[in-house]
Write a protein of this length. Sequence first.
Length: 719
Amino acid sequence: MNLDLEELLENCDDEAVDKNLALLGGKRARFRRIPFLSALHREAAWLALRMISRRRWYSRILEDGRFQPSSILPLIGLEQHPFRTGITSDMVRELVGLQLQHLGVATWPQKDRLQHNIDQLGTLLHLNDCERLILRACVVMTNVCDLNNLFYHMASDAKACHAAVGGMIAQSASKVGAALNNSSLLRRCGIFHKSRFDFERESQLDINDFLCEALLSSNRGELGFLSRLVRRAPKATLVLDDFRHIPALGTAHRYMESVCPTPRKGVNVLLYGPPGTGKTEFARALAAALKRDLYEVPNVDKEGEAISGRKRFATYAFSQSILSHRPGQMLLFDEVEDVFGGGGGLEELFGLRFGSGPDSLRKSWVNETLETNPVPTIWACNSIRAMDRAYLRRFDLIVEMKAPGREVRRRMLARYFRKGQLSTACAERIADIEALPPAQIARAAKVLRALKCPDVEQRDQEVLRMLESSLRAMGMKCGFRHAVLPSHYDPAFINTTADLDSLAKGLARRGSGRLCLYGPPGTGKTAFAHHLGRVLDRPVLVKRGSDLMNMFVGETEKEIANAFAQAQIDNAILVIDEADGFLRDRAGAGWSWEVAQVNELLTQMEAFEGIFVASTNLIDTMDAASLRRFDFKLKFDYLNRDQRRALVAKACVTDKVASEAAWSALDRLHAITPGDVANALRQCVVTGEAATVDTVIQLLEAEQAIKPECRSKRIGFVR
């Protein structure tokens, strides 16, 4: 032993040792006491000293340089003189004894706020005395890093861990082992971040962050714990009637209604679908209809930082234990991709699975929890493609959520907006937004009532501006549609051999049909589909390449299937514009996914029970098998002579009288479409020039001149 310290310990009584230890720079002093940062740090010192003393680790902490004065000494409340280095195991023993005597914590645990909360929790979960002592020690370790580090340096395996904890709380290692094994109550109820004891990794005894915060706070019974762990769901803004477009949700409602009155374990319903389809709102509306309290597992902490799936699941498991003692409760676990997988993106592209990293969950814990949870739970996610089948088969019901149809959006608008609050045109534009989340309609109505706009035109502008901003912020297509048919639209200006009136009557009578409209651009193919919608009083769902094409293999086929499903739900006329992009001849396909897209579209066409319209400018490139599946193949050609004259006369309202030379010039324009006339009128609006017959015909001449089929082909040299 160092002579200075030996003389100090032999020649001085405890009071003198205390005095010398407290001095810095004295001739004989090697250490001095420093103040603790908090009562929790003082308790951490007590636990560390007991652990070292009871396990007699005086020499072990010096082996392999494990004893680091910069961390261990501050942990036990000491500081070493900067000019006196070197320490032996005897010194460690003496220092531990002196500090234990100095701290003088004769009774542990103390009857403080932490112990009060632990006792409350122990009563709820039926924890025994040993489990409560372990819980307190782990709370201290979780919050004091130096104690945590010392513990994991010394406890190198499970046996040493149990002995170390036993040393802290004055319990046998066997009792501690029983309280910490993988089937113990402490493990199963989600108190720890890790559901199983695996000493290949550290942090095995770290307490759930939310629970740790709750235990250290001033709580008031169960509600105090719950407020720290889970959040009370906001009041539902929708009702179950808003989800009638998804028949399976009626089954979910009846099932939850039948199982909720009687306690039953393992009641789980999984909702999945794209963002904005109303998964969270349905869960809230269901809880309101069942008159049950709904709590939601948070996905961010109090600082707004994202919480890992493992920590969220631990919070969920612990909340199950707390809520199981309160009747009439439900839980919502939203955005569960980080727990079960199914995140999409690169994970799906490369076939990866979640749950393989250090922050992942044990499958056995997840499976057991899904089979034994006492509180009925609604789970919600955007995708289930990467979820393990072992998880999926443990859900009682799995329901795919889809965006509400146009008729449902109309009904919701009528319910949330008072009659006359919006113009009919504005309501129709809003109803056309396919990506509009149901909750956005209710929120827009609430904000509009608060604004108290005086006239309907201003209210229209405000609500459209609100919805556009919200949808853009959520990364969704705004989708506001303007009038698709011009004021001068008339099917009489469609040049086709078919009797369009008879066709419309037949489609109205039968309710289904497959039409292929082909011909040059601007001949009115898509406009005729909208005209059919007006005549048949059906919504028209138009899908273009940008709506259906996806960079990931297999996703385009999924979008095609979704388009047909949406049209079926809305009883809409489905129009795929420029369909040749999806129905190319498979004989010339260079990639397997091109064939897959054609196959998917053909399969959906045959199964579709509504009216399907495909428009194309390039029918020669289309797959022969696809053409056979259309009931009607209607060619939309350029306007004939009489149609050209009649359309120009109708469109040029400012001057219907023109020279014979102008009409003769129009007669020579054999490649004019209704779209060309509409374009000429737009040019007049931009330039401010009157849309006279002569002016419009001159503009039509320029339009025809640039068309590829009308350009003159010259051979030889041109001067």
